[in-house]
Design a protein around this ligand. Structure first.
Ligand code: GLN
Length: 193
């Protein structure tokens, strides 16, 4: 049976994740309530504006249910999503779910590189599980991962900073794999569920 994977659909580019999940062979389910969270096997936190998402999560009383979900089920956060997953957020400081042992600086690449598209060679830890080939990286006002805890594996780096990281069941990317046609990152997430 196809895995039912939720995409948090309060704000941001959740539709792109819906398409990427379908292309990777899963059944995407849009999640907007704590009740809907109960019916999915894993969840994607999309890119967007992390402060807006945080406010909506509190308003809808989803912040704590989401943290609980992450204690037993897999979450994949991209860009604003990885900001939400981190232990500590800077520039400015803001609350986060504390599900991945990361310190993340918002908009850390500075204004001069608001957005960029490039290609990177992922680490062997990624390539061995997904097959060979560079990864396209779309960065949009991306955060910089400043620190990774001992339990975090770096699956890809760019400019000296981790851009794709894994900790146990969780996955985080500072770029937007959902905006590329390569679905290997989504497939890797599905394998973890
Ligand atoms: N700059 C956004 C934030 O701080 C993240 C950008 C994105 O998700 N593309 O929340």
């Amino acid at each position: 049976m196809k895995k039912r994977i939720g995409v948090l659909a309060l704000q941001g580019d959740f539709e792109a994740h819906e398409k990427a999940l379908a292309a990777a062979g899963a059944t995407p389910v849009l999640v907007r309530t704590p009740e809907e969270l109960r019916h999915v096997d894993g969840l994607i936190l999309p890119g967007g504006e992390s402060t807006a998402m945080l406010n909506l999560l509190h308003r809808l009383e989803m912040f704590e249910p989401l943290r609980e979900f992450g204690k037993s089920k897999a979450i994949f956060g991209t860009c604003a999503g990885v900001i939400l997953l981190a232990t500590r957020v800077t520039h400015p400081e803001q609350e986060s779910l504390d599900l991945m042992d990361l310190t993340v600086e918002r908009n850390g690449y500075g204004r001069q590189i608001d957005s960029s598209v490039g290609e990177i060679e992922p680490a062997d830890a990624f390539l061995q599980r997904t097959g060979p080939g560079k990864l396209e990286t779309v960065f949009i006002r991306a955060p910089v991962i400043l620190r990774t805890g001992a339990g975090v594996t770096v699956l890809a780096e760019h400019g000296g900073h981790p851009v794709l990281v894994e900790q146990g069941r969780h996955l985080g990317a500072t770029f937007h794999p959902e905006l590329s046609s390569d679905v290997r990152v989504h497939q890797l997430f599905l394998e973890k569920i």
